[in-house]
Write a protein that binds this ligand. Structure first.
Ligand code: ATP
Ligand code: MG
Length: 304
């Protein structure tokens, strides 16, 4: 229903990166709020791919929804998306510090559902990390930013080209020997690292305060051991992360396998995490989720 970009009023910058700048915008006629990603430099093949993917992912609750694409000048392309109120997990983690296992199981389950949807459509995300996972007020997780994603056509060798964010890239992607690997397994590695980061409160390959001792992150990813979960985590959680962070991609679990891992199944049975609504009475019984709800509310107040 939004006809043109000029019908939208920019309210605030939500984030900016390599891909462009994302604004919170208001559609004047309907007073509906959206997110608008403005990509400068025009429609490269990769931008076309990003748009094609967003347009084809219309029926998953765990993929950010696209409401239109506008090309009004030679060097600007704007993508209108649903506004995901609580923002991305990197920002949320900065406010909250770290997340409880219950919350992470919830995030893991929804992210896996989103990835399962993508992978079944032969789409690899290639840039799963905290800043590309958005959450709503109800703690619904939405995978965003298809800026380096790809639809894998059966005829092509999909293994070439290491794209994404180095820090979250799987070891096989740094191997330039031209060995074949499964591109979808890369998303699983990145998700594992992301979930571990949310639990420990910092990027797993980096010890806070010991920056001087951290040589090269890429070296560690390729030649070091995968990062170790802290002792206090449950056995199921530790095992889940270990299945994601297998350096050998042939031993790494697939999204489908992970969806039936005890960490996910167990947590779903405990709190029915498929349908968590924050701020309702039922959630108050799970302290950590009630807490995150309050913090989210405060964050939202703050952002107004
Ligand atoms: P980067 O290069 O840093 O990965 P990018 O330029 O490709 O970023 P996005 O990742 O799509 O752009 O968006 C940047 C940031 O804007 C996100 O991390 C998030 O904080 C915010 N953002 C993006 N889309 C939305 C949305 N639909 N609702 C709310 N916030 C959003
Ligand atoms: Mg991003």
């Amino acid at each position: 229903e939004v006809q043109q970009v000029s019908d939208l009023e920019k309210l605030q910058v939500l984030g900016s990166g390599n891909g462009g700048t994302v604004y919170r915008v208001c559609h004047n006629k309907s007073s509906k709020v959206y997110a608008l990603k403005v990509i400068r430099g025009g429609a490269t093949d990769q931008v076309r791919q990003e748009i094609e993917i967003l347009r084809s992912c219309t029926d998953s609750p765990n993929i950010v929804q696209c409401h239109g694409v506008f090309e009004e000048s030679f060097d600007d392309i704007s993508i209108l998306m649903e506004y995901v109120e609580a923002g991305s997990l990197d920002v949320l983690a900065k406010t909250l510090g770290s997340f409880s296992e219950t919350i992470i199981a919830n995030i893991a389950y929804q992210s896996l559902m989103g990835l399962d949807y993508l992978h079944s459509k032969k789409i690899v995300h290639r840039d799963i990390k905290p800043s590309n996972l958005l959450v709503t007020r109800e703690m619904k997780v939405k995978i965003a930013d298809f800026g380096v994603s790809k639809i894998i056509k059966s005829s092509e060798n999909a293994c070439n080209g290491s794209v994404g964010t180095c820090a979250y890239m799987s070891p096989e992607k740094f191997d330039s020997d031209g060995k074949d690997y499964n591109v979808f397994a890369g998303d699983v590695w990145s998700l594992g690292l992301t979930l571990m980061e949310l639990y420990i409160g910092h990027y797993p390959y980096m010890q806070p305060g010991k920056e001087a001792e951290n040589k090269s992150v890429i070296w560690e990813i390729c030649f070091g051991e995968p990062p170790c979960m802290p002792e206090d985590a449950s056995e199921h959680f530790k095992d889940f992360i270990q299945r994601c962070l297998q350096k050998d991609w042939t031993k790494r679990w697939t999204v489908r396998q992970l969806l039936s891992h005890p960490f996910i199944i167990g947590a779903r049975q405990k709190v029915g995490i498929g349908s968590i609504k924050l701020g309702t009475k039922r959630e108050n019984s799970v302290r950590s989720i009630g807490e995150i709800g309050e913090l989210l509310e405060r964050n939202l107040e703050f952002n107004k």
